[in-house]
Design a protein around this ligand. Sequence first.
Ligand SMILES: C[S@@+](CC[C@H](N)C(=O)[O-])C[C@H]1O[C@@H](n2cnc3c(N)ncnc32)[C@H](O)[C@@H]1O
Length: 385
Amino acid sequence: MQFRFIAPCHFGLEKTLSFEVKKAGGEDVEVADGKVCFSGDERVLVRANMSLSGAERVGILLARFKAVTFEQLFQGVKAVPIEQFVGKFDRFPIKGYSLKSKLSSVPACQKIIKKAMVERMRSVYKIGYFQETDTLYQFSFSILKDEVCFMLDTSGEGLHKRGYRRFSNAAPIKETLAAGIADIARVRGGDVVCDPFCGSGTLLIESAYKALNIAPCLNREFSAMSWSIIPRELWDEVRSELKEKERDCPDFKLYGFDIDPQAVKLTMENAEKAGVAKYLEVSCRDIADFTYPENASCILCNPPYGERLLDKEQAQRLYKIMGERMPVTDGKRIFVITPDEKFEEHFGSKADKNRKLYNGMLMCRLYQYGVPPLSVRRHDKVSNI
Ligand SMILES: C[S@@+](CC[C@H](N)C(=O)[O-])C[C@H]1O[C@@H](n2cnc3c(N)ncnc32)[C@H](O)[C@@H]1O
C-alpha cells in the first residue's frame, strides 16, 4: 500500500530531516515549517520510525482540506476510509490542536471529528455502538489557518524516546534536537567529539549514532507494530537491514565533561545503554579548567542558559570563560546552542554562521565556528503543508 506520511520536527531542523527521509526511502519529499511530508509503502513506514533521528513521530496523512464550518470538518473526515485500518472492535481516539483558524475550539472539533468517524464506521460495519477494546489507532488533527490535516499516528510514544535515557539531569536537550545538531555539525566516523557540558550525554550519544550509522529507534516498540496491515516480519527484516549498515569506527572518540559528578555518572550509564560506551571517556571538570582533548575535531554543547540552570549573569560569565578555554582554532568545529542573542559578544568571537533552532518553545541559535561554507541543497520544494 502507498501512504503519504507526515513527520513533525523541531523548527529549524526541517531540511536536515528531509535528507534523512530520502535516505529512508521516502519519495516526493516536501518541507514546510516544523514538518516534512513524504510518500512510501509499509517498508518506508517501518524504516522511518526506526531510523529518522530528527522526527518527533511519523503519521499517515489521511486528508488535507479547508474547513471554516463544522459541517465542512464533518464531511471532510467522514470521506476518509478509516475502515482500511480500524476494525470493528478497535480503539480510534482523536486528539489535536487548532491555531489561527475559524474553528478554534479544540474540544468542539474533536467531538465533530469523532462523530464523523463513528458515522463512517457505522455505515461500514453496520453496528450502532463501538466498544473500542482492541488495537489502538490514535488519530490526530491539526487546523492551521483553516486548513485541516487529519492523521493516523504510527509511532506511539514520541520518537525522541530512544530507550537509553531513563534518567536525565536538570536541563537535558531533547534527543531529536541533539541529533539535528550532530547532523548540522556533520559528525563522521573520523571525528573526535567533545561536549564540555555533557549533562546526561545526549549530544555525545546522538553524535555516536550519526558517526556509527546506528538507527536511533532500532530497539523500541511502535504503535503500528500491532496493526494487521503491516506484516509482522517486516519489523524484523528492516531491523536486520539497518543493523547491517552500522559501522565500527576505531578512530571515533567521544569526550564528555561536566562540573556535576552525577552528570558524569549519568552520561556513562546512558552511553552504556545506548551501546556506545566503548568510544566514551567522561570526567568531572569545570569549564574553567577545560582544555581540548587530544585531536578533538568537533565540539558540541548546550551550556546553561540562565533559564533553568544558573541566572542570566552567571550564564554570561560562563560564556566568557568558554571563550577563554575553547579558543577558535584551525581544525576544530565548534557548535554552541543558546538563546542568548549576545552570546558571540560574551564568547569573544563572531560565529562563521548561526542558525535559528527552537529548543521546545525557546528560540535559540546554534552558533557555528570553524565551519566551511556548506553546499546548500536548494532543490527541495518548500510549501505550506
Ligand atoms: C543544559 S545542561 C546540558 C544538558 C545536556 N546537553 C544533556 O542533554 O543532558 C548544562 C550542563 O552544564 C553543567 N555545568 C554548569 N556549570 C558548569 C561549569 N562551570 N563547568 C562545566 N559544566 C557545567 C551542568 O551541570 C549541566 O549538566
